[in-house]
Design a protein around this ligand. Structure first.
Ligand SMILES: Cc1cc2nc3c(=O)[nH]c(=O)nc-3n(C[C@H](O)[C@H](O)[C@H](O)COP(=O)(O)OP(=O)(O)OC[C@H]3O[C@@H](n4cnc5c(N)ncnc54)[C@H](O)[C@@H]3O)c2cc1C
Length: 290
């Protein structure tokens, strides 16, 4: 990842490798805004190399055993610890129950990056075009946050506040992400469209609950279209209220393409993104409803 800076080395910093969560939280509490936690380091070290971030203290979480597990409990859902890598998660059998997340994790970058990068790091990086946030939002996931003062949980949709901006106070870190058990008769998928770059121009996650021939509930979430993931509420309502949902899919795509915030940038124009939103909505709904 290069943002065009001339730097090839990292700025000076002190490296810490705590062995327990308590030790990590104490370090974070001590160094406050001067510290950054590191999971895989794929994003953090690139940002540091480019001098977009220059923490004096880097707290590597990889030595904390309790953060390194993915655990699925039937009826409760999936808990993904902060240092679980994308490849470890992709290989974890129960992930297949969470279709949209399975799709998103499997397709990120390449196997070398997936061997190092974590799901929580991907989420906390909060750059607009990363893949896992739309899938996590569509699945109703929550972030578990800890500090020396205690624990709190925040829905992923509220956790991302802006580009590279998340709902974390100094002294806090993310310990895990919880994805609830999929609802009965539900199905979810994630699709991204990219050309020549690993990052998406537009991505969409859909989570649909079917009831006979009708759609009882649906969540449509778009990534890479604006500074934060976008939820299409009107398009979802149009699908839920349709007596024959199969006949309104194109219309639902049109509503979504007009409803969500979309921007022009070096990768794509707003107009092209809106076109892609329409096409990808149709495609993802055909897959989840099929
Ligand atoms: C060549 C290349 C291609 C890529 N392609 C894709 C792609 O196709 N799709 C995609 O989604 N991404 C892609 N990425 C981005 C990559 O997936 C992310 O950089 C990576 O997932 C970040 O995870 P990490 O574990 O390395 O996080 P880190 O680099 O360790 O951390 C990232 C940020 O999150 C913070 N952080 C990490 N863990 C925590 C925590 N527990 N609590 C609080 N804050 C935390 C760090 O302080 C840092 O600010 C690509 C990157 C590269 C270099």
């Amino acid at each position: 990842m290069s943002f065009g800076s001339p730097w090839f080395t990292l700025p000076e910093f002190t490296y810490h490798k705590p062995k327990t969560l308590k030790e990590a939280l104490e370090l974070l509490d001590k160094y406050g805004e001067e510290a950054k936690v590191m999971a895989g380091g794929v994003g953090l070290l690139a940002f540091m190399k480019e001098r977009l971030m220059a923490p004096s203290h880097v707290i590597d979480l990889k030595g904390v055993p309790e953060l390194g597990q993915a655990i699925y409990k039937e009826g409760e859902g999936l808990t993904i610890g902060a240092t679980v890598t994308l490849n470890e998660l992709a290989r974890y059998g129960p992930l297949k129950k969470f279709g949209a997340l399975h799709d998103a994790v499997r397709d990120i970058a390449d196997p070398i990056i997936r061997n190092r990068a974590t799901l929580v790091g991907n989420l906390c990086e909060a750059i607009p075009w990363v893949d896992t946030p739309p899938a996590l939002i569509a699945l109703g996931a929550e972030v578990e946050i800890r500090s020396l003062k205690g624990e709190r949980r925040v829905p992923v949709k509220d956790f991302i506040k802006g580009p590279v901006e998340i709902d974390l106070e100094p002294g806090e870190l993310v310990t895990a992400v919880h994805v609830p058990e999929p609802r009965r008769n539900s199905r979810s998928r994630f699709i991204k469209y990219n050309t020549g770059s690993e990052f998406a121009l537009v991505s969409v996650a859909a989570n649909v609950v079917m009831d006979g021939g009708r759609v009882r509930d649906v969540s449509l979430v778009y990534g890479a279209v604006s500074s934060t993931p976008q939820v299409a509420v009107k398009a979802a309502d149009a699908l839920k209220s349709a007596e024959k949902p199969w006949e309104v899919l194109d219309e639902v795509g049109r509503i979504a393409s007009e409803e969500v915030e979309a921007v022009s940038d070096v990768l794509a124009s707003e107009e092209y993104r809106r076109h892609l939103i329409r096409v990808l909505t149709l495609r993802v709904l055909r897959e989840v409803m099929g």
